[in-house]
Design a binder for this molecule. Structure first.
Ligand code: PSU
Ligand code: MN
Length: 309
């Protein structure tokens, strides 16, 4: 389904549900699909994608899962679409630069944070939920995820559990500061470390509830600023992993990536997979718990934003 009016001439395709929600100005929450294609094992990935959509609906918002099908960017995916992405062996990871590659070769793709928020912004959707954003890699400060520069030029509220502990978190926070992206702790003054609740590093400010988060995002954008607002939500207490357990697995995974000479887009999926294998079910449980929690906080914030916009 094609939407007539929008922010651009981009060739975006919409599900009927998302198109209706946009026309009726209902609260929406965007979701990525790189977590399905390159982040979680099958069939957990498909179940998780569905569960995130369910949570968003329960909270009174409409989910808009983004991905690329046959080269076309799709806003709002049904069960079959997600299943297709999960089972396509040739599926690619789509960051901002990869839409054109997918279009030219009619490929299917899972969109990263950078890819997803680019499409969401063009569609006029300003709230997005994910697990963790990409950032500056450890021992490779030149390897900076395209998520960071994309966050700098895309006014969307990004709800996440911080950045992965596979990354250089102090360097990632410095880069977020340079790019003038507010890093807002949700009921915390410390930046979460994805699987664990705190990195020990401070955020720029905190909010106590979705209403305050919505107010802050609106104030940022009303200044004419065009960057994202990062809402950093610690993983739920019952699912979080102890910091030392995490670090041990991360160190080993990094060493292996070096030995296997993994580069470019392959780095993040490799590290995530190895950490997940090394920590067993515990990191998977934490990952699923925080993704659902972030979807819930994003939906509540989207409902609040819709009231004041
Ligand atoms: N965090 C997760 N799972 C993921 C990713 C991050 O918990 O699958 C993905 C996101 O889609 C993120 C991407 O945008 O990894 C970053 O990859 P890179 O470092 O290649 O930019
Ligand atoms: Mn990279």
């Amino acid at each position: 389904m094609i939407k007539e009016s929008g922010r651009s001439m981009a060739d975006l395709h919409y599900s009927e549900e998302v198109l209706d929600a946009l026309n009726e100005k209902k609260p929406l929450v965007g979701l990525e699909t790189a977590v399905v294609t390159h982040g979680l094992p099958y069939p957990t990935n498909v179940e998780l994608a569905q569960a995130m959509e369910d949570v968003i609906r329960q909270e009174g918002a409409i989910p808009a899962t983004v991905g690329v099908l046959g080269g076309k960017a799709q806003i709002g995916m049904n069960r079959e679409d997600i299943q297709l992405l999960a089972q396509d062996r040739d599926v690619i990871k789509i960051s901002r630069r990869d839409f054109a590659r997918a279009a030219a070769r009619k490929l299917n793709g899972g969109t990263t944070v950078a890819g997803t928020i680019t499409a969401l912004y063009l569609a006029g959707i300003n709230v997005f939920a994910t697990g963790g954003i990409g950032g500056v890699h450890r021992d490779a400060p030149f390897d900076v995820s395209a998520d960071l520069p994309t966050l700098a030029q895309t006014p969307v509220l990004v709800v996440c559990a911080g950045a992965k502990s596979i990354l250089d978190l102090p360097a990632t926070l410095e880069k977020l500061e340079t790019l003038s992206i507010p890093v807002v702790g949700y009921q915390t003054s410390l930046f979460p470390a994805f699987y664990s609740r705190s990195s020990g590093l401070p955020v720029t400010t905190s909010v106590e509830d979705p209403e305050e988060a919505a107010f802050l995002a609106k104030a940022h954008w009303e200044m004419g600023l065009e960057s994202a607002v990062l809402l950093a939500v610690p993983p739920p207490l019952q699912d979080a992993l102890p910091e030392d357990l995490m670090q041990e697995a991360v160190d080993l995974a990094l060493q292996e990536a070096e030995e296997h000479q993994i580069h470019g887009q392959g780095v993040t999926p490799f590290l995530l997979k190895r950490v997940s294998e090394l920590t067993g079910k515990a990191s998977l449980t934490a990952n699923l718990g925080l993704l659902l929690n972030n979807a819930r906080v994003a939906a509540r914030t989207s409902v609040e934003l819709a009231k004041i916009y």
